[in-house]
Design a protein around this ligand. Structure first.
Ligand code: ZN
Length: 396
């Protein structure tokens, strides 16, 4: 082990003998009491020394070896230590890709703050490279999500959409103006390639992890790998028609529910941005649960929904560029948190922000007992175990 204090966390002395690592409430940690010798020793934890050398140099500071071991262990338990050599074989492979790593340093630093164990950040960043995500929709929101996921190191990002790109699809971070008139899916694929931090991993690079059934982060790998690639880790549903996000059609999600593929909805309808729910099939509320609950609350809802869905709309869809970009960013961050092994706040919930106030609000979406997905049949205890199962191997 070559311990290094996580450089992403700013350090400050709180009074004379307490050190605070980190600024914000979410991740700040206080360490104390810290005497002057220990304070000086902290400066040695920069990843250039192994434990034997650290013990030797600590003797010059009058810190005995056992105290060094205890301190390093305490720091590691507090999530403050990274190990520049840990993370496993996939992480080692990524360490050799300095071009990729240089670009992703901020992402890696962020992961190191979120995940406490030494080497945990790099392990997750490396695991992203063998993941496969499908984004359905290449409009302002969908294309930007695909680009963000690709730029964040997800190895395989597929985009599905029909028709030709229109001027209204163009967005900074999404399809460029030169894509107008090209097939949307082709243009989106080029965008994904341009946004990627490096070439996609070769099939042989991912074969080992695909066989194991889980990614390095513990996210279940589902679906088949008939085309030689890994199964789908996640589908992001980001259609150009915001109604298909606000009131998603349960039939469109049937195959994902049946094959257990997690899926996340994101889009803009009228002047409202929507992110979520992230559906863990059989574990959390799905599009069907959402529709049934809405009909319970508003008996006229199905009648209106049928009209909205059947009507051919040629009118321009409202889609504020700032809101669309915020939705894309938030959706990509939730997708990445999930791929990295967490259950973000969209799991079984939906976040909405409406112009002009834009105050994000969340609504829990309960699993419906009448829904075909079966999530409503779980008791609270069982449901928790389904959630646990999705990420059980995360700590491994
Ligand atoms: Zn359901």
């Amino acid at each position: 082990m070559h311990p290094m204090l996580k450089p992403a966390l700013r350090r400050a002395w709180r009074g004379r003998n307490t050190v605070q690592f980190g600024v914000t409430r979410a991740h700040a940690v206080k360490l104390g009491p810290v005497d002057i010798a220990t304070g000086s020793f902290l400066e040695l934890l920069d990843g250039t020394r192994g434990l034997p050398l650290l013990r030797e140099e600590a003797r010059a500071l009058d810190l005995p070896g056992p105290q060094v071991d205890t301190l390093v262990r305490r720091l590691a338990d507090a999530g403050l230590i990274d190990d520049v050599r840990a993370g496993g074989p996939e992480a080692d492979a990524l360490r050799n890709r300095t071009d990729v790593l240089e670009r992703q340093r901020p992402d890696l630093a962020s992961l190191s703050v979120v995940h406490p164990e030494p080497g945990g950040g790099l392990r997750r960043l490396a695991a992203r490279r063998s993941m496969r995500v499908q984004v359905r929709g290449a409009g302002r929101v969908g294309a930007a999500i695909a680009a963000l996921l690709s730029g964040s190191g997800v190895g395989r990002v597929e985009v599905l959409d029909g028709g030709l790109a229109e001027p209204s699809d163009v967005a900074p971070g999404g399809l460029p103006a030169t894509a107008v008139g090209e097939r949307r899916d082709t243009a989106a694929r080029q965008l994904v390639r341009r946004s990627a931090v490096g070439p996609a991993p070769r099939a042989t690079e991912t074969a080992g992890t695909a066989a194991a059934g889980t990614r390095g982060s513990g996210v279940p790998v589902l679906g088949d790998a008939a085309n030689g690639g890994p199964g789908l880790s996640l589908v992001v549903v980001a259609p150009r028609d915001g109604l298909a996000v606000y009131a998603p059609d349960p039939r469109a999600a049937e195959s994902w529910i049946a094959s257990g593929i997690p899926h996340l909805y994101a889009g803009v309808i009228e002047a409202t941005g929507v992110v979520g729910p992230l559906v863990l099939p059989g574990g959390t509320a799905c599009a069907g649960c959402l529709e049934l609950a809405r009909a319970d609350r508003d008996p006229q809802w199905p009648r209106m929904l049928a009209q909205w869905r059947s009507g051919r709309r040629n009118a321009v869809q409202a889609c504020d560029l700032g809101l669309a970009t915020a939705v894309a960013g938030l959706a990509a961050a939730h997708a990445l948190a999930f791929l990295d092994g967490e259950l973000p706040a969209t799991t079984g919930a939906r976040w909405e922000a409406a112009l002009p106030l834009l105050d994000w609000r969340s609504e829990q979406i309960g699993a419906h007992l009448g829904c075909f997905c079966g999530a409503g049949g779980h008791t609270v205890g069982e449901r928790t175990s389904v959630l646990d199962a999705a990420h059980d191997t995360m700590a491994g």
